[in-house]
Design a binder for this molecule. Structure first.
Ligand SMILES: NC(=O)c1ccc[n+]([C@@H]2O[C@H](COP(=O)([O-])OP(=O)(O)OC[C@H]3O[C@@H](n4cnc5c(N)ncnc54)[C@H](OP(=O)(O)O)[C@@H]3O)[C@@H](O)[C@H]2O)c1
Length: 385
């Protein structure tokens, strides 16, 4: 029997889409602000390949599902349907459009559970498929974005599109009392988390466009903020230092050549207008680009302007890796969309604790896991769903 999107049992399709959506949600912290999407290729009602959007900037679910179908050994001529939890993309972003991949596959039926809510895409991909003669069916109400990818609705919300700012991920390590600096006799007074979590940070750095830190961290830790394996080193993120008065030392390790096998993005120092011209020139000579940002109560950089600048420069996914002063400011500003909180197996510590903020925070879709001896909590912030 020739199965088509029209003849396939709606209950079977519905539960397949539900399952795809549920599985896709596992990758929510890896793909945000992109939506969680799952796809399946079917041949005569049997699933021959399933795939998910698993990593920001990585292949979309449709591409993954088509690859698995290809590896299944079921002849491509037998593939009749692709089910996707969100309308396939029709434009080239970080990857080529999925609509083209579907057309190239020869599949004749497309089932989706939801249109892309972005007004400039809504329905466009489906129209292109229909215009090419494919049968398209939308199963509204299954696998709703509100349930599967509420973060994506925040990303495409009008207010965010009108005034763009990056998707901000705050990552920090803390002791069991919520302090971000360990006791002096632990981890050389710097390291709270274990090797596994530190490796994960390299992976995360490789998947963001920029890193933001405060000058307090530069002065205390002298970090390089480079990307090292297992992180992919091809596109290291820009390193942005919020440094109102240009206190960054010209011999900071940020300016060193990355070591063999590592990579590091450009150093950009943000300061208040009218900062010391001599320091400005010296830091430029050391290799930094200096950017003036308006001040808030003439003391600190205005985070709204920092965020707008980042967006203008094309930094869509940004990682905040900073000390307690700037971190708290960011968390209270509402500009943080996602958190990764690593609690090390360390008692006590130095400096202010974030414990009070954590107790009050409205964490959405939290996920707890272990990483070596650390416990890791990831969650979204500021979602209304
Ligand atoms: N556990 C972790 O994950 C982690 C990560 C990083 C650092 N640390 C630790 O944190 C400690 C340093 O903490 P910190 O609080 O001094 O460093 P920080 O938060 O990295 O930097 C704070 C500085 O950023 C500058 N800044 C510019 N604009 C700002 C704004 N709008 N709001 C707030 N600050 C702004 C301010 O200096 P100006 O006024 O001069 O601009 C401020 O003093 C070190 O012990 C380090 O080891 C821990």
């Amino acid at each position: 029997m020739n199965m088509t999107a029209q003849t396939l049992n709606p209950e079977v399709l519905g539960s397949l889409l539900d399952r795809l959506g549920h599985e896709a949600g596992r990758f929510r912290f890896e793909v945000a602000p992109n939506p969680c999407v799952g796809a399946a290729v079917l041949a005569a009602g049997e699933v021959v390949g399933m795939g998910y959007h698993e990593t920001y900037g990585g292949p979309h679910a449709e591409i993954q599902a088509l690859a698995v179908a290809r590896a299944s050994g079921v002849p491509q001529a037998d593939w009749d349907t692709i089910a996707v939890t969100l309308e396939p993309c029709s434009t080239t972003g970080k990857t080529p459009p999925c609509v083209k991949a579907i057309l190239d596959s020869g599949i004749q039926n497309v089932v989706v559970s939801q249109l892309d809510p972005n007004p400039s895409h809504e329905g466009r991909g489906l129209r292109m498929l229909e215009d090419a003669g494919l049968t398209v069916r939308v199963m509204d109400g299954i696998c709703r974005l509100e349930d599967v990818s509420p973060h994506f609705l925040r990303w495409v919300a009008n207010e965010r599109v009108r005034r763009p700012r990056p998707w901000m991920i705050a990552k920090w390590a803390q002791t069991m009392t919520g302090q971000m600096t360990p006791p002096a006799d632990v981890g050389e007074g710097r390291w709270i988390s274990g090797q596994e979590s530190l490796m994960e940070v390299q992976l995360l750095r490789a998947k963001v466009d920029a890193l933001v830190t405060g000058v307090g961290t530069v002065l205390a830790d002298n970090p390089r903020l480079s990307v090292r394996p297992p992180g992919r080193t091809e596109h290291p993120p820009a390193r942005i230092i919020l440094d109102s008065w240009l206190r960054t030392p010209t011999d900071a390790r940020l300016f060193e050549e990355p070591a063999e096998g590592e990579s590091a993005g450009p150093v950009i120092i943000m300061c208040l207008p009218g900062s010391n011209a001599v320091r400005w020139r010296a830091l430029e000579q050391a290799g930094a680009r200096i950017v003036e940002i308006r001040g808030e109560d003439r003391k600190r950089l205005r985070l709204l302007d920092v965020q707008s600048w980042l967006a203008r420069e094309g930094h869509s996914r940004v990682l905040l890796e900073t000390g307690p002063t700037l971190l708290r400011r960011y968390l209270e500003s509402g500009f943080v969309d996602q958190v990764r909180m690593i609690t090390g197996n360390v008692r006590g510590g130095e400096g202010p604790s974030l414990a009070d903020w954590i107790q009050e925070a409205k964490l959405k879709q939290p996920m707890m896991r272990e990483s070596g001896s650390d416990s890791v909590m990831e969650a979204f912030l500021g979602l209304e769903f």
